[in-house]
Design a protein around this ligand. Structure first.
Ligand code: ZN
Length: 226
């Protein structure tokens, strides 16, 4: 009996740790209309971010970029271009650790350091936040909830961190996208060094073309109330 109680409480604790039952986790936009939000993680990452910006400008589409603080420091000009072209900039931590496994004080530092960098470079309004590898575990949920701040996840994973084949990425996204989807792409290289993002860029071009044909429009995250 004791063993069963221990096992049940163990599972419950793990559940609370990995799926904190408080705070807000935004998975999709609050709409039934044919509206989607394209999001790009792990930048700024020249030259890819710039090539992506060219594609978005060609289609007159605005997107949201979740940036890593230490890359914001390294490539401020790229960040300025993202802002100048009307895209939204979000916080994706300072050093892209497995954030959910860090103590709350470290989580807070990772978030606040990047907030400060983004403000300094000219980001106005709401700074949305997405944890690296979507690790909205207990310490992250706790720190965000104390500031009444949501975590932005997504419901369409492009899986572009596993392949840079544009056909595969486009098919994956188009199969899953629906009204209100938040699509997760990567213009940056994450922690893996020098991976190309040309596949993501080509897939973004094709995805936008296909979705526009289906009557979709594109928004930044803060354009839709959540
Ligand atoms: Zn990331």
């Amino acid at each position: 009996m004791k063993l069963i109680i221990a096992a049940v409480s163990g599972v419950a604790l793990l559940w609370v740790f990995f799926r904190p039952p408080f705070g807000e986790n935004i998975v999709h936009l609050n709409t039934h209309q044919r509206i989607v939000a394209l999001t790009f993680d792990d930048g700024p990452s020249p030259p890819y971010t710039h090539q992506l910006l060219d594609v978005l400008a060609k289609h007159d589409v605005k997107a949201t970029f979740f940036m890593i603080g230490n890359r914001v420091e390294r490539y401020p000009e790229t960040v300025r271009r993202v802002i100048a072209e009307g895209h939204q900039v979000g916080n994706h931590s300072y050093s892209h650790p497995v954030l959910g496994l860090l103590p709350p004080a470290s989580v807070r530092r990772e978030i606040e350091r990047t907030d400060a960098l983004l403000r300094h470079i000219g980001v106005k309004g709401e700074i949305v936040f997405r944890a690296p590898i979507l690790t909205r575990f207990l310490p992250v949920a706790w720190v965000l909830a104390k500031r009444d701040r949501a975590h932005v996840s997504g419901n369409v994973w492009s899986w572009d961190w596993t392949t840079q084949n544009p056909d595969k990425i486009t098919k994956t996204v188009l199969r899953k996208v629906k009204p209100g989807s938040i699509v997760i792409f990567h213009d940056g290289k994450g922690v893996y060094g020098n991976a190309t993002r040309l596949g993501t860029i080509a897939a973004t071009d094709r995805t936008i073309t296909a979705l526009k044909r289906d009557g979709y429009t594109f928004v930044r995250l803060s354009d839709v109330r959540h």
